[in-house]
Design a protein. Structure first.
Length: 543
């Protein structure tokens, strides 16, 4: 590790300077780690530096009692270098008008490299005075090699990448980013929880400019007349912006929920006990056999994460149709028709989720996925189920009772007698155990049907979570309506209870994946696909 650190410090002298200053101030030397382990979240005091891609590093330090701080370490922009940076940026904007239009980030990066090469002159003697350079706008901008590296970093960070938020958007351990006015940004760290950063906007004007720029990049421009914007950043992260200062008293605010490049797998979630392997096996049987499944819970309970994790349970050769306003679902299937709403422009050109779902009914998919049901599109989803097309979706509801109330009330207005078109509802929550937020599947509920005698929809909890011992209890053994009356019948079993053997087999497969650390999304998806094609003979292990 010492050799590794010395190489990193040699490549990034700004990190070496930072660590020296920190050691002089605190008499402590941070521990350098390539990757973080979950156990550090249990420690009362942390002092760790880790990389998120040269030249950016993260320094987390402090105690649980006094608060832990998240400091971004990046090349320092000194006053004289800032003047050089301003000149370079000004000339880039002037000269970029002569460049051909770029389409990809790679093309944009090539354009920036070429412009920087044309504009900057590296001189060991340093630069002429800024005043002289200002009077020669067509001349080169002189700087030494160290200054050039700093200027190049900030030019690309602020023009090509995500500006001041680039370090935290790179950090794979960040879950949520919270900015409330021109003050320090707060983050939710996956291991350490809520931390305060050393990142802030210098003033409300700069924050206003940044939030406006983000909304423009998403194609959903914020304005005084349209102050609240929901959308997705280029990397897929979900963002909510409140722009107008008469709506957000402290100035523009935004919340970003980070997007994982590769979804979490069902095996990973089972390994963390978010869901049990038996619960995952149950959902595997449901989706393999065309059941409609909704994933429900409160905000930030892990609904979309679970939805993405269970997509591979659908047979690999099925056609998937998805309709979303914010693109989040990631089914791994080859035939996937992905549609997105269009919320801006003339009224007659707007396309909402309701219109997308109506279109989906004509395209004959094997599964329809709705990123999140909020309104009248929920009625169309139930119509799709009535025609025999299974539907998956996320929905805000904390319990089966509240889910039914929301679906049968305005504005969704699904007839209560039609609720049994939905087969299964999964309920998640974020709960605190030992002062740490964890996510758990609280229950899996089967919808049995409408009973006029009972005056409502009959449901059955086949799985429940016991918070005392953090265990998921299977109440549906030899008592599951969906397994016995829907799936076993569909599979043609003479003895309906043979379906529980299928359940046990799939649970063992998931357990073996966890035991053998074969839990990455791609690996798990490949194993499911092999099992769907060849059965147990296709598995890379014995069960």
């Amino acid at each position: 590790m010492a050799t590794k650190l010395s190489t990193v410090l040699e490549r990034n002298p700004h990190l070496s300077i930072y660590m020296q200053k920190y050691a002089q101030k605190t008499k402590q030397t941070p521990k350098f780690m390539d990757t973080l382990v979950k156990d550090i979240g249990k420690e009362s005091f942390v002092d760790i530096v880790y990389p998120v891609g040269d030249p950016i590093f993260i320094h987390i330090h402090g105690s649980k009692d006094e608060g832990q701080h998240y400091d971004v370490v990046q090349p320092e922009m000194k006053k004289e270098v800032e003047q050089l940076y301003d000149q370079v940026v000004e000339r880039i904007f002037v000269q970029s008008g002569k460049e051909k239009v770029h389409i990809t980030d790679e093309e944009f990066n090539e354009v920036l490299d070429r412009l920087l090469g044309d504009i900057i002159k590296v001189s060991e003697g340093g630069a002429p005075s800024p005043q002289i350079q200002l009077f020669k706008p067509s001349s080169k901008v002189y700087m030494n090699e160290e200054e050039m590296k700093v200027v190049e970093y900030y030019v690309k960070r602020n023009i090509l990448q995500n500006g001041v938020l680039e370090p935290v958007l790179r950090d794979p351990y960040i879950e949520d980013i919270h900015c409330v006015g021109a003050r320090e940004i707060n983050l939710y760290h996956k291991i350490l929880g809520m931390v305060e950063t050393n990142i802030r906007f210098p003033d409300v004007r700069e924050l206003d400019r940044y939030t406006k720029s983000m909304s423009d990049r998403m194609g959903r421009p914020a304005s005084i007349s349209r102050p609240i914007i929901d959308g997705a950043l280029p990397d897929g992260s979900r963002i909510n912006i409140v722009y107008a200062d008469d709506v957000s008293v402290a100035g523009p605010t935004f919340t970003i929920r980070k997007f994982a490049t590769e979804p979490l797998s069902s095996a990973q979630l089972a390994g963390w006990n978010t869901i049990s392997s038996q619960e995952a096996a149950y959902l595997w049987l449901c989706l393999e056999n065309g059941m409609s499944v909704f994933v429900c819970g409160e905000t930030a309970s892990g609904k979309t994460t679970l939805l993405n994790a269970i997509f591979p349970f659908i047979r690999y050769d099925q056609k998937i149709f998805s309709a979303e306003d914010t693109l989040e679902v990631q089914p791994p299937h080859d035939v996937w028709q992905q549609l997105s709403t269009r919320e801006f422009g003339p009224e007659d050109s707007k396309v909402d989720t309701f219109a997308l779902l109506r279109s989906g009914l004509r395209s004959r998919p094997n599964y329809i996925i709705v990123g999140e049901i909020r309104g009248k599109e929920g009625n169309v989803a139930f119509q799709a189920m009535q025609t025999g097309i299974p539907v998956m979706a996320t929905f805000h509801a904390a319990s089966i009772k509240r889910m039914i109330q929301r679906f049968t009330g305005a504005p969704i207005n699904v007839p209560v007698t039609s609720m049994d078109n939905l087969n299964v509802a999964v309920f998640l929550a974020g709960v605190y155990r030992g002062g740490k937020l964890i996510r758990r599947v609280l229950s899996i509920e089967e919808i049995l049907g409408y009973s006029e005698a009972m005056g409502g929809v009959m449901t059955r909890a086949v799985f429940v979570w016991n918070p005392v011992n953090d265990q998921h209890i299977f109440r549906g053994m030899n008592n599951s309506y969906i397994l016995e009356e829907r799936i076993a019948v569909k599979r043609g079993y003479r003895d309906k209870r043979d379906v529980y053997k299928d359940l046990a087999l799939r649970a063992r497969i998931l357990d073996r994946m966890i035991e053998m650390n074969m839990t990455s999304y791609k690996t798990v998806n490949d194993i499911f696909k092999a099992f769907q094609k060849e059965g147990v003979d296709g598995l890379p292990f014995t069960v």
